[in-house]
Write a protein that binds this ligand. Structure first.
Ligand code: ADP
Ligand code: MG
Length: 145
């Protein structure tokens, strides 16, 4: 059973960016943030704000073909995963995910539900959804553990 912590409504990418940035300020080493939601919903926008909140100024994009991108510039390492194209969980082992999951940095995983069985119990889940009735740029961001 998941426990809802917070729901945030945003009305444009800059607001989703801000939610990511705010959350990063509370992030602690060893935390795992799981991002869920359809293609184009704003997972990468959220990640870009999160990176900025950690003090990372280099550009952050979806590492679609590499699964993992590491950023060392902020107040702690950021391990940005995008597992959209993952074939099976062995690929996670090949890239050494355990050093990230159980390391001194913070992990952010786009499409985390595709590898749900690998996600530790204490991860934070961030679900982003559209609601066409509220306009093209509306997103509901649910943060739960
Ligand atoms: P994902 O990583 O989930 O596939 P992206 O972050 O790459 O999605 O893209 C989200 C797209 O939606 C961007 O083009 C962004 O400008 C647009 N967008 C519109 N409204 C919002 C919003 N409220 N929050 C985030 N992105 C938004
Ligand atoms: Mg993305």
């Amino acid at each position: 059973m998941r426990n809802t912590m917070d729901i945030r409504d945003t009305y444009g990418p800059e607001e989703t960016y801000e939610v990511g940035k705010e959350l990063a300020k509370q992030a602690r080493p060893g935390q795992i943030y799981c991002l869920d939601g359809d293609l184009g919903v704003g997972k990468t926008v959220f990640t870009q704000g999160f990176a900025m909140g950690l003090g990372i100024t280099e550009p952050v994009n979806s590492p679609t073909f590499t699964i993992l991108q590491e950023y060392e510039e902020g107040r702690m390492p950021l391990y940005h995963f995008d597992v959209y194209r993952i074939g099976d969980v062995e690929e996670m082992e090949e890239i050494g995910y355990e050093d990230c999951f159980f390391g001194e940095g913070v992990c952010l995983i786009e499409w985390a539900s595709l590898i749900e069985e690998m996600i530790p119990e204490n991860a934070v889940w961030v679900t982003i959804e559209k609601d066409p009735q509220k306009g093209m740029d509306y997103r509901r961001i649910t943060i739960h553990s």
